[in-house]
Ligand binder design. Structure first.
Ligand code: ZN
Length: 898
């Protein structure tokens, strides 16, 4: 009779087995593959490049979110018949990786510098081969159907070539230059870092108020406040608002830098906020981004006061050599002694910390490589404005415009060893600088061999900016690049819209003259149940690996996918995951029933009967669901689509239709056969719809459904066609031409469901024993035929006594001792007397009797013991009263049970 399914769904034994099977069958590769014979360039492709996780990365919920979302898109499109490609890969993550290797060396007692650059890079590659890329294994556990045969790494040979080509092109165009600019400096790592590698945290601090004395010995001063007093050492002006009546008179005068005694000007600038602090600003152009701008506007002196370890340098006078925070304390103390301090007050600071090193990032002037990005930004603005690229949700478009319109030159150099080394050489003889596609052996200008390469490496985002096309082969015009590029969707978190997404668009327009992707889909961040951002340092961590171990991958995926709407954050809690594990079990249990019903169904005999109302209803609802899901998918409303499939499957198919199918399976042979066929069709379609959300449980069940259904001659999707090899490559369901009056069907069956629900509610309210069959009188002129036709369904699902149920067009006289309901225009009368259940009543009474008896005996024993003479009389009296009360209860109960 076919294979029987296990009683419960065992995701542990299923997931890895299915994943290995999918991969070994080559299902993750595009069906129309430019690398294989028979390739058809005109077939539609659907491509996603994975946001490359760091090679040092370990799976967190943020990864789980994008993997689940992208896999859903890929699986849906694969089933739609598109040639899908999901390109996986990893980022070399300069800083993170270098730190890991340095930590390892530290344990060996060697420093990076002792080892030397070449050896260090060799050791880093070794580390990468050995420990890197745990994350790709973890991504597999999520069910990611990426084409692993096309996996890339930002430092692999091809991608390194792409980086080199991109750099040289920009350099030759004069868009890359070297200069001294204000950048974010990480003193512990001793490198420039990008804004993305800076994490802001609110920390308690102080606002320090002090006097900027006028240089004219008048004894007058301008009060100024700062949160970083040590930067006073680098001040080159005091700025006030040009219309501030308090300070206008000082504009153009000189003031004295505390302790150092340098004279600096008082300047006027609109930027100054008169209401903040004292309304006067100290200006440190070399250590603050806003002051940097003011410094440029007013041609102020740029005084660097720190070295690359954030110790005070020679410009700090007596504080030279001190750590910045030691200098802060000492300077403030000295200023106090000099009578320059006004007050200090507690103040909450927004402290920029290095994401990797944890130290406070210092804005510093530094000689770095920059990319003049404005011309690239203009192109990137244009393609979004013209609608060539669509951003979902749309409101992020404004944020994108705003960022690109105000873009600053991009600092692309890092003082690290692990990464793409800047392809610029200097000649020690003629002093020329040059950038070449191939490593030179001599100076192209003077042929000297005394040349050295720039020591810095490129910002990691330089190579990831090339990702969508470099992974497909650029700068070589490969068959993959021709067919799969531009890609279809870039799916990522909204937090890296600028750092990454905008750069990919700029680079793609610059180097390929094509958009990199048609749509940018931004998902929200995953937060914990209280809405906190999940962060390791704050202990808000939920480990997706543990969740998958405990609840199964499908449960985690479904929770992430259904909880999400584009651009909105998702609060995740374990209760939701648990509920979705129950959903996976529900699918499994429904599957067991359906498959065994198909196996036990009679083979086709005689003429097929017409569908019942319930049949027509479930087929109609399925049709409506398919249409709705397609519409929602087209609008990126994946979460809502998942919710609708869930509701259909659980409430309509499993809770209603399966119950009715059970009845129909016991009717005629023809009816049983047709019911089994409909069960197969609806269940098959449901598994297909659910597959992109919960790939494992659906594929597993489909593997049982297929042989059972084929044996009975049932075709997939109710259409005459062969069953596919696997669900992952099966066809997506299409809604059928309307075969039934959809509206009438759902309305009619809706009334039947309402009636059953209301009777069930009334039974529960009156505490009628579950399963006890009761009498019912239905009165309706309009729906009489419908009710009569649905008698079996009504009786079975509302537990009515078929022999005593009656249907009438009208009531000759008013009924007595009945509970009456009015549902969808139908009067339902349920005789009360019959509803009262003598048996249940008695068992309840017996329970009460037992309880009263034991209390009575306990008190009797207590009152005949020492207690009666030794305990306080009031207490003894209280217990005596209790005894009497129980005596009375007992008598009453015994009386009722007679
Ligand atoms: Zn030279």
């Amino acid at each position: 009779m076919g294979i029987e399914l296990a009683k419960t769904y065992d995701f542990k034994s299923t997931e890895q087995r299915l994943y290995a099977w999918w991969e070994s069958k080559g299902y993750f590769s595009p069906i129309n593959d430019p690398r294989k014979p028979g390739f058809n360039p005109s077939q539609k492709s659907f491509t996603i490049s994975i946001p490359p996780p760091n090679v040092t990365g370990e799976l967190h919920l943020g990864h789980a979110m994008f993997v689940a979302m992208e896999d859903l898109m890929i699986r849906y499109n694969r089933m739609k018949g598109n040639s899908t490609l999901w390109v996986p890969g990893m980022d070399h993550a300069s800083i993170a990786t270098q730190l890991q290797v340095e930590k390892m060396l530290q344990a060996e007692g060697v420093s990076r510098e002792q080892l030397g650059r070449e050896e260090f890079i060799k050791r880093t590659w070794e580390w990468k081969e050995k420990y890197g890329g745990i994350i790709t294994k973890q991504i597999r556990r999520l069910g990611a159907s990426c084409d692993w045969t096309r996996e890339r790494f930002t430092m692999d040979e091809g991608l390194s070539k792409a980086v080199r080509e991109a750099f040289v092109q920009l350099y030759e165009k004069g868009l890359i230059y070297r200069g001294k600019r204000l950048i974010n400096w990480a003193p512990l790592l001793k490198t420039a870092v990008s804004e993305l590698e800076v994490e802001y945290s609110e920390e308690p601090g102080f606002l320090y108020y002090f006097k900027y004395m006028l240089a004219d010995d008048s004894g007058e001063f301008i009060p100024v406040a700062t949160t970083r007093p040590e930067t006073i050492l680098g001040d080159s002006a005091v700025a006030v608002h040009p219309e501030d009546e308090r300070y206008m008179k000082f504009i153009g005068h000189k003031v004295l830098v505390p302790v150092l005694g340098r004279t600096i000007p008082v300047i006027a600038d609109d930027y100054v906020n008169r209401k903040f602090g004292t309304g006067a600003l100290k200006i440190t152009p070399a250590h603050d981004p806003n002051d940097y701008q003011i410094g440029q506007r007013h041609s102020l002196e740029f005084i660097s006061i720190m070295d690359n370890t954030a110790h005070i340098n020679e410009n700090g006078g007596p504080y030279a050599g001190l750590d910045r925070f030691v200098a802060r304390k000492k300077l403030w103390k000295d200023m106090k002694n000099a009578g320059l301090v006004i007050k200090e007050e507690p103040y909450t600071l927004n402290i920029p910390r290095s994401q990797r090193g944890g130290e406070i990032v210092e804005p510093m002037l530094s000689t770095q490589w920059f990319l003049r990005i404005k011309p690239l930004a203009d192109e990137a603005l244009k393609v979004v404005r013209e609608g060539q690229i669509r951003i979902v949700p749309e409101h992020f478009t404004k944020v994108y415009y705003n960022w690109l319109e105000n873009i600053q030159d991009w600092c692309i150099s890092r003082q690290l060893w692990w990464g793409h080394r800047i392809p610029v050489w200097y000649c020690d003889d003629c002093g020329k600088e040059f950038s070449l596609r191939e490593d030179p052996v001599e100076c192209p200008n003077c042929q000297s061999r005394k040349i050295r390469q720039d020591p810095d490496v490129l910002d990691t985002w330089f190579s990831s900016g090339l990702w969508p096309f470099s992974t497909l082969g650029w700068p070589v015009e490969t068959p993959d690049l021709k067919y799969f590029f531009p890609t279809s969707i870039m799916e990522t978190g909204y937090d890296i819209l600028f750092f990454w997404v905008a750069r990919m668009i700029m680079f793609s327009m610059e180097f390929t003259h094509k958009i990199p992707f048609e749509t940018v889909y931004l998902h929200g961040l995953v937060r914990d149940e209280e809405g906190h951002k999940l962060s390791k340092s704050k202990g808000y961590v939920m480990d997706p690996l543990i969740i998958m171990d405990e609840m199964g991958t499908d449960a985690l995926r479904f929770t992430l996918l259904v909880g999400s709407t584009p651009g909105n954050d998702t609060n995740l809690n374990m209760k939701k995951v648990e509920a979705n594990r129950n959903f996976a079990n529900k699918i499994w249990n429904a599957g067991r029933f359906v498959i065994s019903a198909i196996q036990n169904a009679p083979s086709k005999s005689g003429k097929e009967p017409a569908e019942t109302l319930a049949d027509r209803w479930i087929l109609t609802r399925l049709n409506q669901l398919i249409r709705s899901v397609d519409r929602l998918f087209a609008n990126f409303q994946y979460g809502e689509a998942g919710r609708q499939i869930y509701d259909f499957f659980w409430s309509e198919f499993a809770d209603w239709y399966l119950e009715i199918a059970k009845l129909q399976m016991n009717e005629s042979v023809e009816r049983a056969h047709l019911t089994a066929k409909i069960l197969a069709h609806v269940f098959d379609s449901s598994l297909r719809l659910l597959h992109p959300f919960t790939p494992f449980v659906t594929e597993e069940l489909w593997g049982y459904l297929k042989p059972a259904a084929s044996e009975k001659g049932f075709s997939p999707l109710g259409k005459a066609k062969p069953w596919e090899e696997a669900l992952i490559i099966a066809t997506w369901p299409e809604s059928e031409e309307t075969r039934f009056q959809e509206e009438e069907t759902t309305k009619e069956f809706g009334s039947v469901m309402d009636i059953i629900r209301e009777i069930r509610n009334m039974r529960a309210e009156k505490k009628v024993t579950p399963g006890k069959k009761i009498q019912a009188i239905f009165v309706s002129s309009e729906k009489l035929d419908l009710l009569k036709a649905q008698k079996t369904v009504l009786c079975a699902l509302a537990h009515l006594d078929a022999d005593s149920v009656s249907f009438q067009a009208s009531l000759p006289k008013k009924l007595e001792k009945v509970v009456s309901l009015l549902v969808s225009g139908v009067e339902i009368h349920l005789p009360l007397a019959v509803m009262l259940d003598r048996e249940a009543d008695n068992s309840r009474l017996e329970k009460d009797l037992k309880e009263a008896q034991s209390q009575f005996e306990r008190l009797e024993k207590l009152l005949s013991s020492d207690f009666a003479s030794k305990a306080p009389p009031a207490l003894v009296e209280k217990e005596k009263q209790k005894l009497i009360a129980y005596q009375e209860t007992l008598a009453k109960l015994k009386d009722r049970m007679k």
